[in-house]
Design a protein. Structure first.
Length: 476
């Protein structure tokens, strides 16, 4: 018994030791497995491939494309087949019955008396029908479905643009949050160093005790600002992960390129008619025009070439006598027919005119919305260009602000240690420095963000991504 206890204790000790030694390694491997580092281009590409709204829009395009094939099937001939077997009485009666779907018609002579006897009956037939020409009606319907397909395509492009823009903004927001955290961390480090220096002076009675309290307060405020910056970084990182569809993955962004000097040139202006927003509305205009064209092709005669082959069998003879047995189970009398049927809805002209007036008004409304979209897109582009210009000017001046703030902070600390400045002046200089560091980092990101805004207002992020690619290749 004692031996078993010793073995158990030895086994338990080894297990605890292995768990203690291998635990951090396993945890590190798990963290590495859930951590993903993405460049901006990779993030955009990943979102466009995996975002549910993009997948849904692509499926709608496929459905609209299939609708074109469905509309084209109206050009094909139609063939209907029927087979019928029944057991019924033959109590036929003369007289008229209004058209309905309840009472079954009976063919043959009218018997003198009624009977409950029943006989077999059968029928089989094939009707072939084809519309050789339609004065452009079916073509107009195909054009309407094709316009719906074009609209679905444009909406898919718009969805892709919205997702790409949202990804870029979320990615840049993460970078901005990281730079803010870095500036806050540097501020905490500077204030910790200064706080220690102040305490040495206070302990040696070279400064008043109030300076130590003020230094502690400034340090605590810096730590609070750091905690808030870290909180905002985690929130922005979670937002990016949500857009990418990876909420359970720890995302890391590569910041080296976007924090460098932005490109000096501006994106070329492209026609706003190529913007997906304008393309969607233009497709709606074309769809409304197609509906008007369908109504223009509606008030024409319909020509149907038809042929039929059919046969019937009955258990009653020509004079209405019951033949008995299985007579009538199979068709024994056959016929065929060939002909041309012409139909013309004479009084539909009034309804067609009213419907055409409705669709024409809808077409004019869609054209007005298209003009409004172009006007709005022009205004957005001008605002984005003005914002980009201002962001470039800010980015040109923030390095000067940063250098001056660093010099000021260094000088104020030296003057304080020499007894020529107050602690308030040093605290103000340190606050100015952390603000300058934040402004300098965010100013460069603002230029990139405005470059993306200009590209998005034109409906294509490719110029922005090309700038980023040129930056990767070392081109200005």
């Amino acid at each position: 018994m004692l031996t078993k206890c010793r073995r158990y204790l030895r086994w338990l000790t080894v297990t605890l030791f292995l768990a203690w030694s291998l635990g951090p390694t396993v945890q590190a491997q798990t963290d590495d497995a859930t951590k993903k580092v993405l460049t901006l281009e990779e993030a955009v590409d990943f979102a466009l491939k995996n975002y549910p709204a993009v997948r849904a829009s692509l499926e709608r395009v496929k459905a609209a494309q299939a609708g074109i094939g469905l509309a084209r099937t109206s050009y094909l001939p139609r063939a209907d087949m029927v087979w019928q077997t029944n057991r019924a009485t033959d109590n036929n009666i003369a007289g008229l019955v209004l058209p309905q779907s309840i009472i079954a018609p009976i063919s043959g002579p009218v018997p003198a008396t009624t009977s409950n006897r029943s006989a077999w009956g059968s029928a089989a037939g094939l009707l072939f029908s084809w519309e050789p020409f339609d004065f452009g009606y079916r073509g107009a319907r195909v054009d309407a479905v094709r316009a719906a397909r074009d609209q679905a395509n444009a909406e898919a492009s718009l969805t892709r643009l919205d997702v790409a823009v949202a990804t870029v903004n979320a990615y840049l927001t993460v970078l901005a949050s990281q730079r803010t955290v870095h500036a806050a961390e540097a501020d905490v480090q500077r204030r910790e160093t200064f706080d220690k220096a102040v305490r040495v002076l206070v302990d040696n009675q070279l400064r008043a005790g109030a300076d130590a309290s003020r230094a502690d307060a400034e340090l605590s405020r810096a730590r609070v600002n750091l905690a808030r910056a870290q909180q905002q970084e985690e929130i922005s990182r979670a937002a990016l992960a949500d857009i990418l569809g990876m909420p359970d993955t720890s995302l890391e962004v590569q910041e080296s390129l976007l924090l460098g000097a932005p490109p000096e040139r501006s994106p070329e202006i492209t026609p706003l008619t190529s913007n997906p927003i304008a393309q969607v509305q233009h497709a709606r205009v074309e769809e409304a025009q197609a509906q008007v064209h369908i109504l223009d092709r509606s008030y024409y005669p319909k020509f149907y070439f038809q042929s039929s082959v059919y046969g019937r069998g009955s258990g009653w003879d020509p004079v209405g006598n019951f033949e008995g047995g299985t007579v009538g189970l199979g068709p024994d009398r056959s016929n065929w027919a060939v002909g041309l049927t012409v139909t013309f809805p004479v009084f539909d002209i009034f309804a067609i005119r009213s419907r055409r007036a409705v669709e024409s008004a809808n077409e004019r409304a869609e054209k007005a919305r298209y003009d409004q979209d172009l006007q709005d897109l022009t205004g957005q582009l001008r605002k984005a260009q003005a914002s980009l210009k201002g962001a470039r000017q800010v980015a040109e001046n923030t390095p000067v602000e940063l250098q001056a703030a660093r010099t000021t902070e260094d000088q104020e600390r030296s003057r304080y240690q020499a007894g020529l400045a107050t602690l308030v002046e040093v605290a103000d200089a340190q606050s100015l420095l952390v603000q300058a560091e934040t402004d300098d980092a965010l100013a460069r990101l603002a230029v990139w963000q405005n470059l993306a805004a200009v590209a998005a207002s034109q409906g294509d992020l490719q110029p922005f991504l090309q700038f980023l690619h040129d930056k990767t290749q070392g081109r200005p």
